[in-house]
Design a protein. Structure first.
Lengths: 522, 237
């Protein structure tokens, strides 16, 4: 017999209420501020409709390609054991915290005009291909989202009970029978959700479009918002575009919620399932080829950056180091703020019976334009500070808000477990208030808190968004500095800065995540 | 004396009513088919589940609306009686001060309670490093230290083997003796009830009946209890 839900304690109600109000103000409030300042929405021109079309097309193609290519890779990972399998699966999680600008640079090194692939094509007598525009944007999105799709699908494969495969083997199933009876039903259940999730991620893409897209034929809505601000200072058009993007994302997010996704962040993904059906030499060769190609696609750009950048690291100019310090400050501030916002929300959501309004509210930033968020904050804060002084704090605030959905997804299940497993024991002992936070909540949430902090710090460290709008030369973050170096064709320094940024992002994630795991023996 | 004054409990289709008293210092078993509401009744007394109507009284004082931690009782659940990230001593210390800021004398009291339950020297072990029986002893040490007048046991020893379970029940009896506690114990085993509890509350068909002598009840069970115990009720009476 389950308990009836207990009312939330007063401090938690106040904390969660304040956090919810802040999230609302930061997402919808900032959009309102921009609209108000613009004196209302403006009509959209032909270029804006082209941006909408391009956004939808590239997101659709990117998501479809990512999902389709992920199927053979995930299947190969699920049914093979080989040395380095665990490391490969861990690396598949890396693109999520990889600074976009670094990845773009890596992709350019391999696929760009003078990259390895084009050199190969030229040597074979073919013409060189350009990756700027539609192709480049899709390529970069597949680079980021293929690994995500593989991890989610791999969870699906590993969720098929090992006993089913044993039974299949006992009944003499061939690979075709396994596919029909076990794999296709699982894929049918998971693919729509994974597709919509990636579609949603690609909808709001900014940094990829900024670096590889642009021009009338390859501008996303988010990039159009940037241009409306930066080149035309047309706040009305920017706000209208942002409202359009919000609507688009809300529809996509609403659709995504109707599909199931594997839960969690892939705990136990390196457990291989015993398979008796995949011993044929052709299948082994096929899987080996798929895994080699997949790993090369993922690792070659990063390896190229590392090779080019490591020797440059020591000779980096002073502004790059200063930018790195500023970025570290932004990342740490952003992490602290994001956790302060997320913790009361997660605890309040965990004590409710069903998913409710509060949880949806925490997901709102997924649909929000970070550029509008930043601009709205500038407009709201301008009376009390100068824009230059605001660049870094506003960036930290925006990064924290944008990371909120991911933090909540990590925290809520753990908070729910802690509440359901130990809430009654704590109540019966009168464990309340700060003591409860110190002795029950924080210790039980330590791992997801560490993970969430690492995620936020890494995302904030590598973010190239709002900062591109407002920072002057004195206040550039490391990703912006890197973007400027690339724009000035100082490729040697750019490669060095990219390695530095990569090391800092991954390092921040590693330190926080490690801190959450250390000594966590129960 | 614990009094359940015309209590009714409702959740969806489930109904349970109780109108009974338990004398101070007595040991009472709760027996009945699974799903009848034995655990729910303990939840109502402990304050985890508000009754739809009626009052819970302790020594004549109404505690129906009191927070669980402030009630004059200690409860042991089926599982999750210890926090896995805290040591045995910390888990016991929570019984003295929920914020664990213990004075020197209180640390000593914790050690004494652990020694009393046979766990001397295991203060710094976490639950994962203790056996099932030892984990039960830690929880009992905390009950001993809290020394509340009412002890509720919701089958905390169900996962232990028969010998170990008997050992724990003996320890419960000793602790109840030392703290002069009234004990209410959910049980699936008539043998446990006979050995430990002179009186038994039968929970069946939506009603928690007032305590009756356990021996007579088991010799001559009412139909619902007979079906549960899998014996034929005596006929012709």
């Amino acid at each position: 017999m389950a308990d009836r839900a207990q009312p939330l304690s007063l401090p938690l109600r106040v904390g969660a209420g304040a956090a919810a109000a802040l999230v609302l103000a930061l997402t919808l409030g900032t959009l309102g501020a921009v609209l108000l300042r613009a004196g209302g929405a403006s009509a959209l021109g032909a270029a804006d409709w082209a941006a909408l079309r391009f956004t939808l097309t590239q997101a659709f193609v990117s998501a479809a390609l990512s999902v389709l290519l992920a199927i053979p890779v995930a299947r190969a990972l699920a049914r093979r054991r080989f040395p380095g399998r665990g490391i490969l699966i861990t690396l598949l999680g890396a693109p999520f915290i990889l600074p976009v600008i670094v990845a773009v640079m890596g992709i350019l090194t391999i696929f760009g005009r003078s990259g390895l692939v084009n050199d190969g094509l030229a040597a074979l007598g073919f013409g060189r291909i350009s990756i700027y525009g539609f192709h480049g944007v899709v390529l970069a999105h597949v680079f980021f989202n293929l690994p995500l799709a593989v991890r989610l699908l791999l969870q699906g494969w590993l969720a098929i009970p090992a006993e089913r495969f044993r039974l299949s083997a006992a009944l003499g199933f061939r690979p075709g029978d396994i596919a029909r009876h076990l794999e296709r039903p699982m894929l049918r259940a998971l693919l729509p959700g994974i597709f919509v999730t990636i579609f949603l991620i690609c909808l709001t893409s900014f940094a990829v479009a900024l670096t590889l897209g642009g021009g009338p034929k390859a501008t996303t809505i988010e990039l159009a918002i940037y241009q409306a601000f930066r080149f035309d200072f047309d706040l009305g058009r920017a706000a209208t575009l942002a409202a359009m993007q919000l609507l688009l994302c809300a529809i996509a997010a609403g659709t995504a919620m109707r599909f199931s996704l594997p839960s969690g962040f892939g705990a136990g993904l390196d457990r291989p399932v015993a398979r008796w059906d995949a011993g044929a030499a052709t299948l082994i060769l096929q899987d080996a080829a798929v895994l080699t190609l997949g790993a090369a696609f993922l690792l070659a750009p990063l390896a190229a950056i590392a090779l080019a950048g490591l020797p440059q690291l020591a000779g980096l100019p002073a502004p790059v180091w200063h930018a790195a310090l500023r970025s570290l400050g932004v990342a740490l501030g952003s992490t602290a703020f994001a956790l302060a916002l997320a913790l009361p929300l997660a605890l309040a959501v965990a004590q409710r019976r069903r998913a409710d309004l509060l949880e949806s509210l925490g997901m709102l930033p997924l649909a929000t334009s970070s550029l509008i968020l930043g601009t709205g904050l500038f407009l709201l804060l301008r009376p009390i500070a100068s824009p230059g002084d605001l660049a870094l704090p506003v960036t930290a605030l925006v990064n924290a808000t944008m990371a909120l959905p991911f933090i909540l997804r990590a925290l809520i299940p753990a908070a729910r477990d802690a509440h359901e497993g130990y809430g009654r024991l704590a109540d019966s002992l009168g464990l309340a208030g700060v003591a409860r936070l110190r002795l029950l909540t924080l210790p039980r949430l330590r791992r997801p808190l560490g993970f969430a902090a690492g995620l936020t710090a890494a995302l904030s460290m590598g973010d190239l968004g709002v900062i591109a709008l407002f920072a002057d030369g004195e206040r550039a973050t490391l990703p912006l500095q890197l973007y400027r170096l690339m724009g000035a064709y100082r490729m040697a320094d750019a490669a060095g800065a990219a390695v530095l940024l990569l090391a800092l992002s991954l390092g921040l994630f590693w330190i926080f995540d490690r801190g959450g795991r250390a000594d966590a023996d129960a | 004396m614990l009094t359940l004054d015309t209590i009714t409990v409702r959740q969806d289709d489930f109904r349970l009513s109780a109108d009974l008293s338990v004398a101070q210092g007595s040991h009472v078993a709760l027996i009945g088919p699974s799903g009848a509401g034995k655990s729910t009744l303990l939840s109502v007394i402990a304050g985890f589940f508000p009754p739809a109507s009626g009052r819970v009284l302790w020594q004549g004082q109404d505690i129906t609306g009191a927070a669980p931690g402030t009630r004059p009782l200690s409860i042991l659940f089926q599982d999750q009686n210890l926090f896995p990230h805290l040591t045995a001593a910390e888990n016991v210390g929570l019984g003295l001060r929920p914020d664990l800021r213990l004075a020197a004398g209180e640390h000593e009291a914790v050690s004494r309670a652990l020694t009393r339950t046979g766990l001397a020297g295991m203060e710094n072990r976490k639950p994962a490093a203790l056996s099932g029986g030892q984990q039960s002893r830690v929880a009992l040490a905390r009950v001993l230290l809290r020394s509340r007048p009412l002890m509720l046991l919701d089958e905390p020893f169900a996962a232990l083997g028969p010998a170990l379970k008997a050992e724990m029940l003996d320890l419960v009896a000793e602790i109840a003796e030392e703290t002069r506690a009234t004990v209410l114990m959910v049980s699936h085993d008539p043998g446990d009830a006979l050995r430990f509890a002179p009186d038994t509350i039968v929970v069946a068909d939506g009603i928690a009946h007032p305590p009756q002598p356990t021996g007579a009840l088991l010799d001559n069970p009412p139909p619902a209890l007979a079906a549960y115990l899998d014996v034929t009720p005596p006929s012709g009476r």
